[in-house]
Every structure is written in C-alpha cells, then in structure tokens.
Design a protein around this ligand. Structure first.
Ligand code: TA6
Length: 289
C-alpha cells in the first residue's frame, strides 16, 4: 500500500513524500488528482474527478536509487528495451528528475519536471540533452507530455516511450480497440510480424507487441468503464501484459498483478528521432476517463 501523505484541504500543488521519495501531488479544481515522483519523473497515480484510480502501481514496487518503479508511467529514454548498448529501457526512469514548475489553473493542475545530462549520463551516452515532462490534470483527462531538446553542438538520436501501466479490474474482460489493419512485431516470437485483421485486442495470455505507425486514437473498454487514449507525435504503440509465468518471475510484481494491468505505451521506436543542435521534439499521450 502507498504511504503517500496528502491532505485534501491543502492547496495544490503540494510536495509530499511517497514511499519515502519526494513527489508532487496535483489536485485540479474539479477534484481530479495525480501524483508524480521525482525519481524517474514518474506519474504514479491518476484519479479523474469523481472516479477511481486509473493507473496500475505494483504494491511490490521498489523505490530506490538506480531502480525503476514498477507501475504508473515510466519514461523510457533514450533507448527502448535492449535496442542499443545502454541499460534496458535507457536511464531516465531510474534517475532523480527536477521539479521545474507546478501550478493550479482555473480548471487544471500541472507540473513540469526536467532531466539533463550530467557526468554519469555522459559516461554511458555522450550527449548533451534536456528532457522535459509535463503532466496536466483536468477533470476527466490527464495529458502526459515528453519534450527532448538538444542543447549541444552535435546531433543525437533516441528512442522514447511513455510506458503507461493502465489499471484494469480484470484484464481478461478488457478490450483494446483501434489497432485494426496494423502490423505488429511480436516480441514473444522474436519480433515476428503479424497483421491485426480483427482490431479488438483481448488479453488471454502473454502479450508483448509493438504496433508501428499506429493511429492516434485507441480505446480501452471494460464492462463498467471506458478509457480513451490519444497519441500525438508518438508513432508507435506497445501493448504489454506479462501474464502468469513472467509476472511470477518479476520480484516487484505480486503473483496476480498481471490481472490488474495492461501497458498501452506511446512510443517512438521504429524510426529513432534525430535532433540537430538546437532542435527539439515533443510527444504526448492523453488519457480520457
Ligand atoms: O514495453 C514492453 C517491455 O519492453 C516488455 O518486453 C516487458 O519486459 C516490459 O517492457 C517491462 O520491462 P522492465 O524492464 O520494466 O521489466
């Protein structure tokens, strides 16, 4: 269980400690809430106004220097999986980000966090960079934005993803739609490509797919609720559920955790993004309850 200490009566944004780690708690005027951990710049919780928690966070997640927190919305940068020489999924998810701004507007609340190169990142990835993460909570939606800037004198290229763990009541009852006619690479079959002729994805076993050049709108339907997922400038979508055996092998997931989550990730994997000095790129995933 979380040990976040927040108070509904206090003005937002509020600096809190979540599992002993500094975090910012956002509360929009309509009552929607989000919690963002400085470690990894990671959104851990999103509760739309009058609603329920919509992100999955493992109760066995580890909150420690150099470790990635299992759940919420980890930021994957500058490498996806093992598609390069860096640690798996890059380094942004296990480093401390800076809180650059946090404020409440008339009908929303937002926080901006940043991560830049330092000696440790340059030792494994020799580039000057600056990554910004904006989290914007309105009554029934949350906007998750990633911005990458090249302040250096040489170009670089990168992969990125928002590895969003969506909470579901029972994954076998959930349906993900919007992928009809797309080809996906199946990571459980060494990247073998398949065409999705059906368009409705049901999870009844391990799923680990990359849909390249996906459309910008998806829908996750459950018997009692719906979630809209919008992607801007992220060309690819990753869908992941480890299922029983792989979940049991993850020390930071409870044995039945796979039943409560489905990762639907906004990603830029197929074609790495290249930035010349002075250029920037942004991508956004917006969730609508
Ligand atoms: O995005 C899907 C994926 O790459 C899967 O292959 C799966 O292993 C997952 O991410 C989690 O990776 P992690 O390094 O956080 O255990």
């Amino acid at each position: 269980m979380s040990t976040a200490s927040t108070s509904a009566s206090k003005a937002t944004p509020e600096l809190i400690f979540f599992e002993g780690q500094p975090a910012v708690h956002l509360r929009a005027p309509g009552g929607a809430e989000a919690t963002v951990l400085l470690h990894g710049g990671q959104v851990l919780s999103w509760i739309p106004a009058g609603g329920q928690e919509r992100l999955y966070l493992s109760e066995r997640a580890v909150y420690a220097e150099g470790k990635a927190v299992r759940g919420g919305v980890p930021v994957i940068f500058p490498q996806f999986e093992k598609r390069g020489p860096l640690p798996r999924h890059g380094f942004a998810r296990d480093r401390r980000w800076k809180l650059l701004r946090a404020e409440t507007g008339a009908d929303d609340a937002m926080a901006v966090l940043g991560l830049s190169d330092d000696e440790a990142t340059r030792a494994i990835w020799p580039h000057a960079f600056s990554v910004g993460r904006t989290v914007n909570v309105g009554a029934r939606r949350v906007g998750l934005e990633l911005e990458v800037y090249n302040p250096g004198t040489a170009p670089f290229s990168f992969n990125a993803a928002l590895h969003t763990y969506l909470r579901v009541n029972e994954v076998e009852e959930a349906r993900l739609t919007g992928l009809r006619g797309l080809t996906h690479a199946d990571s459980t079959e060494g990247g073998r490509e398949h065409l999705d002729s059906n368009g409705t994805l049901r999870v009844e076993g391990e799923v680990d797919r990359i849909y390249f050049d996906a459309p910008g709108a998806l829908r996750l339907s459950e018997p009692q609720r719906e979630l809209g997922i919008e992607l801007q400038q992220f060309p690819d979508v990753v869908v992941w559920n480890p299922w029983e055996e792989k979940c049991a092998a993850l020390a930071d997931m409870p044995p039945l955790g796979f039943r409560r989550m489905l990762c639907v990730e906004a990603a830029a994997i197929g074609t790495p993004i290249s930035l010349a000095p002075g250029e920037d790129w942004w991508g956004r995933q917006t969730l609508y309850a």
